[in-house]
Design a protein around this ligand. Structure first.
Ligand code: HEC
Ligand code: HEC
Ligand code: HEC
Ligand code: HEC
Ligand code: HEC
Ligand code: HEC
Ligand code: HEC
Ligand code: HEC
Ligand code: HEC
Ligand code: HEC
Length: 332
């Protein structure tokens, strides 16, 4: 390793010499106002692949850093030898399947950061080109909508979420996925701190159970075409059909529930009776039933236990709809 390192330093030294020589030659040339010939250290990737594939690369890159580890890469699915689709499978381009043609980068005197796809933010390649290296193998499945999603529109890179030179890619595990999402989505971080939330914090669910982070044309990049269909994928019993439907339930769950979190129980957007009174101000009984008299068919005599807390759901308990023959008023 040390031998290689010093060899590398020598190479770098030579490269630096070559560069300064080229620079000298160039300034001399420009003094003549003649067009400078393309220097040997041409930038851009070129189209030539290296001669020995990974062996070429590993000749210089056999070390580990915070963002780079060949040992970890070789334990990941990308390193599988059996699959013809994998970079290291039969006929695969190995390192260059991702980093692109590497002959120019590997050549002496080339500008190392300007001749390979580093996948880094400061790369000379625009994000669309960096992503295309991944999409060339991965544009199917959940990524078929990548170009219609908000993440592509906002210039996210695959590598904003994925770590490739890693044995385990944290974003693929439900319990660690949210850390990556919430790193950018601070408003949602606050929502998931509230008293009532979906069980995302403890890793029972991930953001990706409801969202396709790779992009869809569905509202809010939900996994299903509508909000309700997304909810039904787990709360199938709320889909019905029921004998007595409650109109807003079939229309939009978010009329009453906040999907991420709420300070009220059951993710409610408001506390009953207020929740109900947004729509029911002129029911056959006064909106706020405070005395027996204000109940349908009620008399001024005596109060009712159901009036406790004025909650509508004490009586109208079947708020999602009723299958009882006499459940028209959602009470049973
Ligand atoms: C002759 C030695 C040499 C060879 C061969 C070589 N590299 Fe490099 N590479 C370097 C050096 C030196 C750097 C560091 C440049 C810097 O950080 O300024 C580098 C940097 C990189 C980077 C990071 C670039 C950046 O912008 O930060 C990637 C990615 C890379 N090499 C991939 C490869 C791949 C893939 C191969 C095989 C096709 C390869 N290298 C072959 C010497 C080499
Ligand atoms: C499946 C795609 C893929 C393959 C195959 C791959 N890399 Fe990378 N490489 C990446 C990505 C993505 C990054 C950016 C860091 C990250 O997100 O892990 C990277 C980063 C690097 C860097 C820059 C690290 C730094 O911090 O400057 C080097 C050097 C590198 N790779 C070399 C290699 C070599 C050598 C091979 C072959 C043994 C290889 N890569 C194979 C995707 C790949
Ligand atoms: C040459 C084709 C190829 C390229 C290029 C490629 N991949 Fe892959 N990738 C694969 C194959 C094959 C698998 C394994 C699929 C399987 O076995 O389920 C895979 C698996 C993955 C997985 C799942 C890993 C796991 O442990 O389940 C992720 C995430 C991934 N690739 C991301 C990327 C990213 C990000 C890039 C670009 C930096 C990239 N890939 C470039 C072929 C490729
Ligand atoms: C906003 C974060 C994010 C971005 C950006 C992102 N991914 Fe993912 N990716 C995930 C999460 C989370 C999962 C695991 C959940 C799932 O499968 O949907 C995943 C899973 C995967 C998988 C493995 C499962 C499968 O569907 O085969 C592959 C491959 C993959 N992503 C490739 C890519 C590629 C290629 C890009 C860039 C075009 C990309 N991802 C961009 C977050 C992201
Ligand atoms: C690198 C930053 C970043 C990361 C990481 C990230 N996002 Fe985003 N996300 C954005 C940006 C930027 C937007 C567009 C502006 C906005 O709506 O805030 C966005 C938008 C969204 C939207 C709204 C889509 C729409 O059509 O309105 C959803 C949903 C979303 N992200 C989910 C996720 C999920 C799930 C993850 C984790 C798997 C994630 N994001 C990780 C930056 C990020
Ligand atoms: C139970 C399903 C569900 C889960 C889990 C979920 N979301 Fe959402 N998310 C939604 C719904 C539904 C909307 C649309 C809200 C609306 O339009 O009323 C949404 C909207 C969004 C938006 C768009 C902006 C906004 O607030 O309207 C972002 C960004 C977002 N979610 C990020 C996340 C992140 C990050 C996570 C994980 C920490 C996550 N979501 C988990 C269902 C979910
Ligand atoms: C991926 C599955 C999944 C999806 C999709 C989903 N949920 Fe849930 N939901 C759950 C789980 C799991 C719980 C927690 C149940 C428990 O704790 O026993 C839950 C609980 C709830 C609760 C009760 C919370 C409480 O504190 O009592 C409400 C209300 C709810 N979900 C509404 C929705 C709505 C609205 C949607 C659509 C935007 C939705 N869910 C989508 C899995 C899901
Ligand atoms: C008209 C307002 C309203 C609408 C619309 C609504 N809900 Fe509810 N939901 C409630 C109320 C109120 C509660 C609390 C019931 C209680 O106190 O027992 C609740 C409780 C829940 C619960 C937890 C208790 C249970 O019954 O399992 C889930 C899950 C749930 N709703 C899912 C949904 C889904 C999915 C939708 C959309 C299909 C939806 N809700 C639409 C008012 C509503
Ligand atoms: C977003 C508006 C909305 C909200 C919020 C709402 N409802 Fe409704 N509700 C309706 C509509 C629309 C109907 C159907 C009215 C009709 O058929 O004339 C209805 C019907 C009903 C009925 C049956 C009425 C009948 O004539 O058969 C009852 C009972 C009822 N709602 C109770 C509640 C309760 C209790 C809540 C609070 C938990 C609530 N509603 C919240 C819109 C709403
Ligand atoms: C003590 C029990 C009780 C409480 C509490 C209660 N209701 Fe009722 N409500 C009834 C009964 C009983 C009927 C049916 C009257 C009938 O069949 O003519 C009814 C009927 C309704 C209807 C249908 C109106 C119609 O024209 O038939 C609506 C809407 C309604 N209630 C909404 C509410 C709302 C909103 C609240 C909370 C502010 C509420 N109720 C609280 C017992 C109650």
């Amino acid at each position: 390793m040390n031998i290689k390192k010093s060899a590398l330093q020598v190479l770098l030294g030579l490269a630096a010499l070559a560069l300064s020589a080229a620079a000298l030659a160039q300034s001399a040339a420009s003094a003549d106002a003649a067009p400078a010939p393309a220097p040997a250290s041409a930038t851009g990737q070129g189209t030539e692949y290296s001669e020995k594939g990974a062996d070429t690369c590993l000749g210089c890159h056999d070390e580990e850093s915070a963002t780079f580890s060949t040992a970890a890469l070789f334990k990941s699915k990308h390193a599988q030898r059996g699959s013809a689709r994998a970079p290291f499978g039969p006929g695969g381009l190995q390192c260059e399947a991702c980093h692109g043609p590497g002959a120019r980068h590997s050549a002496k005197g080339s500008k190392k950061t300007l001749t390979t796809n580093s996948f880094k933010k400061d790369s000379f390649l625009p994000v669309q080109v960096r992503n295309q290296a991944c999409l060339s193998c991965h544009e199917g499945f959940s990524r078929s909508g990548w170009h219609s999603g908000a993440h592509d529109r906002n210039g996210l890179a695959c590598t904003d979420c994925h770590k490739v030179h890693a044995e385990r890619d944290a974003v693929l595990t439900k319990s660690t996925e949210q850390d990556i999402c919430l790193g950018c989505h601070s408003k949602q971080r606050a929502e998931f701190q509230k008293a009532s939330t979906h069980p995302v914090k403890n890793g029972r669910m991930g953001c990706s159970d409801c969202h396709n982070q790779h992009g869809t044309s569905n509202p809010a990049m939900l996994v299903k075409p509508t909000l309700n269909q997304t909810c039904y994928s787990c709360h199938a019993e709320k889909r019905g059909p029921v004998l007595w439907e409650h109109a807003p339930v079939a229309e939009d769950c978010s009329l009453c529930h906040a999907a991420h979190g709420s300070v009220r129980p059951a993710l409610l957007t408001k506390t009953p009776p207020l929740l109900c009174q947004q729509c029911h101000t002129t029911a056959s009984h006064p909106a706020i039933a405070r005395t027996g008299a204000s109940l349908p068919g009620g008399t001024a005599a005596g109060s009712s236990a159901f009036l406790l807390a004025g909650s509508c759901t004490n009586c109208h308990s079947q708020v999602h709809g009723s299958n009882h023959p006499s459940g028209a008023k959602l009470m049973r």
